[in-house]
Design a protein around this ligand. Structure first.
Ligand SMILES: [Zn+2]
Ligand SMILES: [Zn+2]
Length: 272
């Protein structure tokens, strides 16, 4: 696949873009920025596919269930049927991956005051494993969302790889773990992606320096975390250029080199 830049984790499928979705995607495509819209539940996953279907090239979908959504599904008794529906959606030719899925243990008790935290973790793991199974069955990569759960996520991935002997691949999005954890994801077959946050938070510099460029992807996670100079505004896919520019700056290489390698990485994982 040939493109200048690619936003590997966008949410132009979200309601924040209802008023000007076509213009936002046109701005990206006019500058040769490809867009991957990521679902967080069945509805937003379907919308990501609908949007991708409108374009011959340059707009793709990833379908999945975000860990924040799982307790509502559990309470409604919809976990099994949702995974069945997701497996069907995942077969669509515009779908290039499964996610965003994973574990999110951030403020778990606060967000789930009426449920035992262990129970929430258990349900998150169940749906995460269901999505790993789909990824393996249809041979499409995973888009991981992990927060305050890197070691637990790695344990699950390693269990698939070492115990069950399967090969996994994908990307750990909005990475905010340690260098050791990043290396552990890489050895499980994953790349690491960074958002606009790297343009204003210094915390990511050492990890970006340390991780090989052929294991790094660019994303915006729009509408969230717009990079400098758009900080505080709604982010959109064309802003991914500023993320790539910052990665190049931190690594001390040209934007061209960073852009080309990231493109090659995305092609290998998602369009291989
Ligand atoms: Zn996420
Ligand atoms: Zn996201």
């Amino acid at each position: 696949m040939k493109f200048e830049y690619i936003d590997t984790h966008a949410h132009v499928n979200f309601p924040e873009f209802d008023a000007d979705r076509d213009e936002v995607l046109k701005r990206a495509l006019d500058e040769d920025v490809f867009v991957v819209n990521v679902g967080t539940d069945i509805e937003s996953s379907k919308r990501a596919i609908d949007i991708a279907e409108k374009y011959d090239e340059g707009v793709y979908a990833i379908v999945g269930i975000h860990p924040h959504e799982v307790m509502d599904l559990e309470k409604a008794g919809l976990i099994e049927s949702t995974l069945v529906e997701l497996a069907e959606l995942a077969k669509h030719p515009k779908v290039i991956g499964i996610g965003e899925c994973g574990l999110d243990f951030f403020k778990l008790a606060e967000y789930n005051p009426d449920v035992d935290v262990m129970k929430v973790k258990e349900i998150q793991e169940k749906i995460f494993r269901g999505q790993i199974d789909i990824s393996i069955a249809i041979d499409k990569p995973l888009m991981l969302h992990c927060r305050d759960s890197y070691n637990e996520t790695l344990e699950i991935l390693n269990n698939y790889i070492r115990v069950q002997g399967v090969r996994l691949r994908g990307n750990a999005h909005f990475f905010a773990g340690s260098i050791e954890q990043a290396k552990a994801f890489i050895s499980c077959g994953f790349t690491i992606s960074f958002t606009g946050v790297i343009t204003f938070a210094k915390d990511y510099e050492s990890i970006i320096k340390e991780i090989p460029l052929d294991k790094i992807l660019s994303e915006t996670d729009c509408p969230y975390v717009a990079p400098v100079p758009f900080r505080g505004k709604r982010a959109e896919p064309v802003h991914v250029k500023f993320v790539v520019q910052k990665i190049a700056e931190i690594k001390g290489i040209s934007i061209e080199e960073a852009r080309e390698q990231i493109g090659a990485n995305v092609n290998q994982i998602f369009f291989g």
